[in-house]
Design a protein. Structure first.
Length: 440
């Protein structure tokens, strides 16, 4: 016969056993669920409209839906974007439409709504519009990107935040003492150990409870209780989960943080964000491509070597891969951070692009047109062209811009780094061309 243990009867995961049953047990989101806050009033008054809960994993999106399910008089349908398709959507919609005719409201909760494609999301739209269903969606992704505009415009978006360390600590203490948790086990675990778990969880309640459960199940049984040592907790938190999604919003947030840290000449912040990306599994070639862009967009001719350094880092990443190439990317990122900054090239192109798009029909001046045929020469293609190398200073006053843009300036060099010399050269060229015009 198998020996009984203290953990018998705990087949259901701790996070499921401790799921809050009402708003009073819910931890965090005070900005939405504190006394008098709008979402709390909507739930308590059973006055729910279509809405989307957007927030990182483990902050209570699904739990809020369960609380609504227990409080509402409406028919509540739990729907998963992972396991359902158009066929299942249509069946639910038909049932909801029948209910509406008899005065019954249907609340449809769609977990991970961002996993539905546009066609699947469109299937909800007419039923939301005519009130057959009240849609509640939950997503970890920015709904502006992942939910089609027509559907999003009919939903109120509530942004849920990562739980604070104190929120997580409160939840862990309850898990240790509550009968639904480990209250019957007499768990001996220090506040410092709980704090280690709270920090590791990074605002994710589910991660915190799963880690605590692992630590308790691997604790030392003694005197009818369980002792969880700091060493056990350390083993359960050996590698911190990094909040990063290579295709989601956090991906763009962190590459933005890297770019803006380099632009602000902050090498320490830049290296930190670089490490966040690489250690979370980002493709180093993606980062290298962004650094190449930065080299011209934000450094430019203030330090012409910047582009060489960035391209060399890309090649090193291609040759070596991770983890070896991390040091080459660090070199490039630090170089970009401390290099003098100029966005003159970026501004020049953006200004020229604006004019180019509004003058697409503007003809190329005859003087600089190519004239490979006799007919073209007879039409004055290339007539009056002057070969710069045949003139002093390799300069002429020939007009190369279209007539409507004559005299327009796009490139405005700064006085940063090497670009100061380029600025002086540009100004000298302009002076010489004015002198040449005056001699005519």
């Amino acid at each position: 016969m198998a020996q009984m243990t203290l953990f018998d009867g705990m087949a259901e995961p701790l996070a499921a056993r401790l799921r809050p049953r009402d708003l009073d047990e819910f931890v965090g989101q005070k900005h939405l669920l504190g006394e008098g806050k709008i979402l709390r009033r909507l739930i308590e008054g059973d006055n729910i409209g279509s809405m989307i809960f957007w927030g990182p994993p483990g902050v209570g999106k699904t739990t809020l839906a369960r609380i609504i399910a227990h409080r509402t008089k409406a028919r509540f349908v739990d729907f998963s974007a992972v396991t359902s398709g158009i066929k299942e959507i249509k069946q639910v919609m038909e049932d909801a439409e029948k209910g509406r005719r008899f005065g019954e409201k249907t609340i449809l909760f769609v977990d991970e709504i961002h996993r539905f494609n546009k066609a699947q999301q469109d299937a909800f739209l007419p039923f939301v519009e005519k009130g057959s269903i009240i849609l509640i969606g939950a997503t970890t992704e920015n709904p502006s990107f992942e939910v089609n505009g027509a559907l999003l415009s009919r939903c109120k978006v509530f942004v849920l935040q990562a739980l604070s360390e104190e929120d997580i600590m409160s939840l862990l203490r309850r898990a240790v003492s509550d009968e639904r948790g480990f209250g019957a086990l007499r768990v001996d675990i220090s506040e410092d150990a709980l704090k280690m778990i709270a920090v590791f969880a990074n605002g994710d309640a589910r991660s915190a409870l799963s880690t605590l459960e692992m630590a308790v199940l691997n604790g030392e049984e003694e005197s009818g209780g369980v002792r969880v040592t700091a060493d056990t907790v350390e083993q359960c938190t050996s590698r911190k989960s990094l909040l990063y999604d290579k295709t989601g919003e956090e991906h763009y947030n962190i590459i933005s943080a890297l770019h803006k840290s380099m632009r602000n000449s902050d090498p320490d912040a830049a290296v930190y964000w670089l490490a966040r990306m690489l250690e979370a599994g980002e493709d180093p070639l993606y980062v290298a491509r962004r650094v190449i862009r930065f080299a011209s967009e934000d450094v430019g001719l203030a330090d012409p070597r910047a582009l060489d350094i960035a391209v060399a880092a890309y090649q090193a990443c291609h040759f070596l891969g991770m983890p070896e190439c991390s040091v080459h990317l660090t070199q490039a990122v630090v170089y970009m951070s401390v290099a003098p900054k100029s966005n003159a090239l970026y501004m020049a192109y953006e200004s020229a692009k604006k004019d180019a798009l509004t003058t697409l029909a503007e003809p190329v001046p005859l003087v600089i047109r190519n004239a490979p045929t006799k007919l073209m020469k007879e039409l004055d293609y290339g007539k009056g062209y002057r070969y710069a190398h045949d003139y002093a200073d390799k300069l002429t006053d020939m007009q190369c811009l279209p007539e409507s843009l004559a005299g327009k300036t796009y490139y405005r060099p700064t006085e940063q780094g090497a670009e100061a010399k380029i600025k002086a050269r540009v100004e000298e060229i302009k002076r010489r061309k004015e002198q040449l015009k005056g001699k005519k």
